[in-house]
Design a protein around this ligand. Structure first.
Ligand code: GLU
Length: 287
């Protein structure tokens, strides 16, 4: 019997809204409607690596909201903040490949360098890191780290690509994609005080949890180019992907946590039933 393992991986930085419900139902429905010959599993993961933005009460509330909505999940919930050692180990492996470098730039330094250079290449998330710290000497790096300066570890995308060669990944909606992680530039993979980042921990956890189909919103489509590169560097088998469209409000804008009116809690307080909310999230019950 083959496995189909999907997941929903929210960050507890606010209450879940209809967009989250859509994403959760998308992964859940895919796993639960798998063919008989396939063992469909749906996992829940809490992406709480940022202690400044994540709160335990949001985690508690989101678990309650998902259960209220009628979702269930397989196995224990994985909370990323309990697994920093896994991320440290992956980071050490990347470090041993020589594809990481410490960056000491503040946001201000980066903005000044981009202004000085006149034109900066842009990626899907804005201007790319201009590479200021990529070529510092080992002595200078050691000296600044020893001095207690703040640093972030960045991925040297070009060096990484030279190691892996060309890569591809598959999306169930859009087909095969040539991986172009350079579109995101030398992203930050860890910081002095946090041994990971969204990109690193999502890649490590999808692998460790045996996720075979990454289901998530198309706002993260470009991130997958980078995740594919990390998978190759870390020796992971790539999962399949299905990036789904985003739910929009009446004005055509993406739903965000700040749209309180759309939170699952507020809909529930208004007296909406789980079936009604599932329908609002794009998953009406089949009759
Ligand atoms: N934690 C991410 C978010 O809440 C989702 C990560 C993913 O599905 O890959 O946006």
């Amino acid at each position: 019997m083959s496995d189909l393992v999907t997941r929903f991986a929210p960050s507890p930085t606010g209450h879940l809204h209809l967009g989250h419900a859509h994403s959760a139902l998308f992964g859940w429905t895919t796993a639960r409607s798998a063919a008989r010959s396939v063992a469909g599993r749906f996992l829940l993961r809490i992406e709480d690596i940022d202690p400044n933005r994540c709160r335990p009460e949001y985690e508690r509330d989101l678990i309650e909201d998902l259960a209220w909505l009628g979702l269930d999940w397989d196995g224990p919930i994985r909370r990323q903040s309990d697994h920093f050692d896994d991320f440290r180990a992956a980071l050490a492996r990347l470090g041993s490949l020589g594809v990481l470098y410490p960056c000491f730039c503040t946001r201000k330094d980066i903005a000044a360098e981009i202004a000085r250079a006149g034109a900066a290449p842009h990626g899907p998330d804005g201007p790319l890191y201009p590479g200021t710290c990529r070529h510092r000497s080992a002595d200078e790096r050691a000296e600044r780290i020893g001095r207690g300066d703040s640093w972030a570890l960045r991925l040297d995308v070009e060096a990484a690509r030279r190691l892996t060669g060309p890569l591809r990944w598959h999306d169930r909606a859009r087909g095969w994609q040539d991986a172009t992680p350079e579109l995101l530039g030398d992203v930050v993979l860890a910081r002095k005080d946090t041994p990971t980042s969204y990109h690193l921990s999502v890649t490590v956890d999808d692998h460790l949890q045996g996720v075979t189909l990454v289901t998530r919103g198309e706002d993260l489509f470009f991130a997958t180019h980078l995740h594919r590169l990390l998978q190759a560097l870390l020796g992971y088998d790539p999962p399949d992907h299905h990036h789904h469209g985003l739910l929009r409000n009446a004005a055509g804008e993406r739903l965000a946590k700040r749209d309180r009116a759309q939170s699952l809690r507020s809909l529930r307080d208004e007296g909406r039933s789980p079936a009604e909310v599932r329908a609002l999230a794009g998953f009406p019950d089949r009759t």
